[in-house]
Design a protein around this ligand. Sequence first.
Ligand code: C2E
Ligand code: MG
Ligand code: MG
Length: 742
Amino acid sequence: MTGNLINGDWRKARLFGPIVGLTLGVLALLILTTAILVHRFDDTASAREQHMFERGFAQQLEELDKVVATQVDWDDAIVMMDHRRDAAWIDFNVGNYLHTFNGFTRSFVVDGDEKVFYASANGERAGLDLYAPFRPIAAQLLPRIRQAEKARPPLVLRPGKDNIVIPPIQGNTVTRIGDQTYIVIATLVQPDFGKALPKGARAPVTITALPIDARLLGIFAQRYQLDDLKLTAPDAKSNGRGNLVLRDLSGRPVASLVWTPRRPSAILSEQLLLPLLLMLGLLGLVAWTMVRRSGIVISDLIASEARAKHLAFHDPLTRLPNRAMLFERLHSLLATVGSDTSRLTVLCVDLDRFKEINDTLGHHAGDLVIEATANRLRTACAGAALIARLGGDEFVVLCSSGCCESAEMLGHRVLEALSRPIQSEYGRLEIGCSIGAVIIDRPGVEPTEALRWADLALYHSKQNGRGRLTFFEPRMDQALQGRRSLETDLRHALANDELFMVYQPQVDLAGNIHAAEALLRWSHPERGEVPPDVFVPLAEETGLILALGEFVMRRVFADTGSWTRLRVAINVSAEQMRSPGFAAAVARLAAEAEIDPSRYEIELTETALLSDEPVTAGNIGALKRLGFTFALDDFGTGYSSLSVLQRFSVDKIKIDRSFVSCLGDGGESEALVDAMVRLAKALHLRVIAEGVESEAQRERLASCGCNEFQGFLTGRPMGLREIVELAHESPGAAEAEIRKSA
Ligand code: C2E
Ligand code: MG
Ligand code: MG
């Protein structure tokens, strides 16, 4: 059960694995793609933002340049700042003006010799020493201004004329003074209309400084929509923030403007989150539904497979394990044998009278018996490792050491359980069983071998009178090997003319021979004479009897076809009668030999008639129609009933020699023989006694009313020539051949 579950789970996992894997894969791909896209989106947006701010900052500087240029580039400025050096005017138009309207906190004016002559702080006039910290940065800016001033076309005084539009000469940079960073702009004072010209070759220059402070940062942030814009030291790590490095004229970093870059992904994520979650949910739902649906399908599949497996490994009637499962289990149990003290007992159980019940009462009764047997075995072998039905009335019980008591006790319990009659709608059914057992206590035994040994032991139980338990012994195997080699020899004998017929006379009251029984003989070059009691049953078991029977018919017809006086009795086995083509084969042989069937009598044993088989009945009917008569051989030893005698309309009964040999012993034999003769007479059947060895036996038989005899007294089985001579018969073709060669 657990194995099934594990197996089922494993197979579910195999099917669900790809579905779940695929779903997770799709999800991962979706998330990854989104992440990459968002990242790229953010990167592009950051780069644009950076670029925009860089340009914006440069523009801002240009604008500041223009603001300053507007204040110092006009004719009045030349007059007031160069000619007169009017500090009040400079206060109003530069220091105070630029502070008030544009936030410049420092303004200075240097003359043509670069000497400062005006200073203002936060819009108020200040001491000239305020210029000291600005001197180094001014020293960088001024040479460039002067160079441009020099390169400028000479200025001409043009009173009354329009604006001459002289391009401003300016320079700007960024510097740090103390803990304040400034945008510093140097602007050459120039005329606009040309009404006044600078005094000397070099005009004054304004140095104005605008601090990059919270106010300015606020303006930048608002204008360029930057979040959290700050001024930091130039080496401060940006950590993914926007960063604009501010450099002085020599390219040295002075400070950094940093801000939190805008992340469109955040907005995008906000917008996408809901649809994405919905999509994921939907995808999950689809996957879950698929998994659930597949789960149901797989569960059904597993269940139906389990049912099919159960059917494949169990017998439908008894629900016991079948042959396939027996072999599987036997294989695994045998693998553990011998590793320690473990042993395995194999019991082969075969019902003794199942066939009779099945034949006489029908298959339903047979099924009842099989079911009852299975139930009794379940109880009797409760601790067994396995109880299996091999088919028909054969069962096998496997018992590991420890799970049952001794093999002998187990076997006897089974014998006892199956010997109790079964009460059924058909009355009390007595079945009984025979058991063959083998105890395996060494490793390396194959299942087929173990079963064969138990089967051999079973065969011995059957041979020795049934209803018993036999344990396998190696000599049984040897006996089997002996039977096998005998079988091989018999096949060889059939093909090599080692078989021949003898004929035993049958006489009447007056001692006249009126018939002969054909008896088969086998003269083996090494074994010598092999009695038919040995090789006929073997031929019946192996199926060789059909070929053997055909040989007998052919030979007997050839030997006796030309006889005119004697009738001939031929022994035919039950197996032959059960063969569907038997009557047709005999008819063909009879036609070939051109014999008269009415001179031939077929001897059948009672067991041949016992099974109410339609084939047997058909064969008998067909042969009777051809003219053959029938005798019931070994009468009294079997189970023939009156109805059988009547149904098959036998012509004659042969009282078995076991009754004859006991005549005169004072036992019941005489009464039995008397009864048999009366019965035969009542049914208008002829009677013959076989095995008559003495005159006394003959006389007693005669006094009972028996008028035909066969036995050593009146003639032993003899060769063809002898019987022909003894009975003054005309020789057959074979006999003629023999005579010729002689
Ligand atoms: P059966 O048909 O009952 O044959 C009679 C047997 O009794 C023969 O044994 C015969 O030799 C033996 N017998 C005859 N008179 C006496 C006697 O006075 N005393 C004793 N002790 N025995 C006597 P056999 O030839 O050994 O045959 C044994 C059995 O083998 C036959 O029994 C028959 O069942 C079978 N058999 C023989 N030939 C054939 C055959 O061609 N076909 C078939 N199917 N069975 C055959
Ligand atoms: Mg006979
Ligand atoms: Mg007989």
